[in-house]
Design a protein around this ligand. Structure first.
Ligand SMILES: Nc1ncnc2c1ncn2[C@@H]1O[C@H](COP(=O)(O)OP(=O)(O)OP(=O)(O)O)[C@@H](O)[C@H]1O
Ligand SMILES: [Mg+2]
Length: 390
């Protein structure tokens, strides 16, 4: 890098000057004129080249060694051979925004603001080259802005398409569900009729009919759920809020599932305190029933389900905890969306439409409450619905 006299050769200076971004478009004759103005300086390890707040009077290029850029004791970055610092001092004399410390003996090229300004006054080509750099940067920035707004427009268009598609999908599902209802109930009635007249049938035939009725009932259940969501969307806001004893309501919801709980050999652990909140009885009953339905549906046989109701610091909490498969973090992100059956599948042949939790969330929020899920996969799930205490 150094010549026989221990200095930086002129050609190397010209090459290093190209590293200054402002000079990147300048031609060699202009760079050579600037190289004539450049002085070589040396700093020993631990010495400051300049400090934050000093007047910006020159730009530096590192020819040998390395420096650190600092703000107080905090090191912002390290610079090495070929790196440039203090570039804007060529154009203005504003105070330095950081300090520069030699980390080892360094050899620098220094171009002073004063010398460079004088050179510019007499050299239109250099001034023009600099302006060209600025214009290029501005043009680039304009292009980026245009690209950005094009992308934004694309994103909003795609969003609109997706919203429309989603609505269309919901609408289609609702239409299908609605039109399925009649043929389904007739088939179910016919199957029931067949069952009532099955005394002469073989055992296999009887099993087939029972299976058919079970499957048709499940289908019927699903169709009803889908139509429930439709009507819920239409009659939104029709709330009848009143101060209610939640424990009575919880008990009622529990009793509606007592048979299923017993049939699956599940063990119910109830701990219901008498607490009051302002809610709509019908809606809250559906919320609790949906959560109990899930706990029962996804629990393997002989597990515990914990039903809790308590108040704490002005809030009422309704908790349902099971020992089923739990819900993975990925599934938890989709948990309260419509038509989202997730990884856990029913353990007793129940229907799974993936609607229940979207109803839970919608109703709870309509009543100014909140619903949360906590779960460690493999260790069960806990759902908590909370309201202000009344
Ligand atoms: N307690 C739970 N344990 C494990 N997974 C659960 C639990 N509750 C819900 N899930 C998962 O979340 C999915 C969505 O639940 P959601 O109640 O919305 O639908 P569903 O029970 O499948 O059908 P629906 O309630 O409409 O009859 C379920 O399919 C299940 O995979
Ligand atoms: Mg459910």
């Amino acid at each position: 890098m150094l010549n026989e006299t221990g200095h930086i050769p002129f050609d190397t200076k010209v090459k290093l000057l190209k590293k200054i971004q402002l000079f990147s478009d300048l031609h060699r004759p202009s760079l050579k004129k600037i190289a004539d103005l450049v002085e070589e300086t040396e700093y020993q390890k631990g010495h400051y080249i300049f400090r934050k707040g000093d007047e910006g009077d020159a730009v530096f290029i590192i020819a040998l060694g390395s420096v650190s850029v600092r703000d107080g004791d905090f090191i912002l970055s390290h610079l090495k051979e070929g790196d440039v610092f203090g570039e804007y001092a060529l154009i203005d004399n504003k105070a330095r925004s950081a300090s520069i410390l030699a980390e080892e003996p360094v050899r620098l090229l220094r171009l002073s603001h004063h010398d460079f300004s004088r050179l510019m006054e007499n050299n239109k080509e250099i001034l023009h080259g600099l302006l060209q750099v600025f214009v290029n940067r501005l043009r680039h920035q304009d292009q980026m802005e245009i690209q950005l707004s094009e992308k934004n427009a694309q994103i909003s268009q795609q969003k609109e398409i997706l919203v429309d598609l989603n609505e269309e999908k919901n609408h289609l599902i609702a239409i299908i569900a609605h039109d399925l209802r009649n043929p389904l109930s007739s088939t179910l009635s016919l199957a029931e009729l067949l069952k009532s007249e099955s005394e002469n049938f073989t055992d296999d035939q009887k099993i087939c009919i029972a299976g058919m009725i079970r499957a048709l009932n499940r289908m019927n259940e699903m169709v009803k759920r889908i139509l429930d969501v439709r009507s819920l969307e239409e009659k939104q806001g029709n709330l009848n809020l009143e101060r209610t004893n939640i424990s009575g309501l919880y008990q009622q919801a529990f009793l509606n599932f007592k048979d299923k709980i017993d049939k699956k050999g599940l063990n119910a652990v109830l701990n219901l305190n008498e607490v009051y909140a302002v809610i709509d009885k019908n809606y809250l009953l559906q919320v609790i029933e949906n959560l109990i339905s899930n706990a029962v549906k996804f629990s393997p046989e002989n597990k515990n389900i914990y039903f809790n109701l308590w108040a704490n610091e002005g809030k009422v909490y309704i908790g349902i905890k099971d020992e089923g498969p739990g819900i993975s973090p990925e599934d938890q992100r989709k948990l309260f969306m419509k038509y989202q059956p997730l990884s856990a599948v029913p353990t007793g042949g129940e229907s799974s439409t993936g609607i229940g939790l979207s109803i839970v969330k919608k109703f709870t929020e309509m009543m100014n409450g909140e619903v949360q899920c906590e779960s460690t996969p493999g260790k069960g799930a806990k759902f908590i619905v909370s309201f202000d205490r009344a």
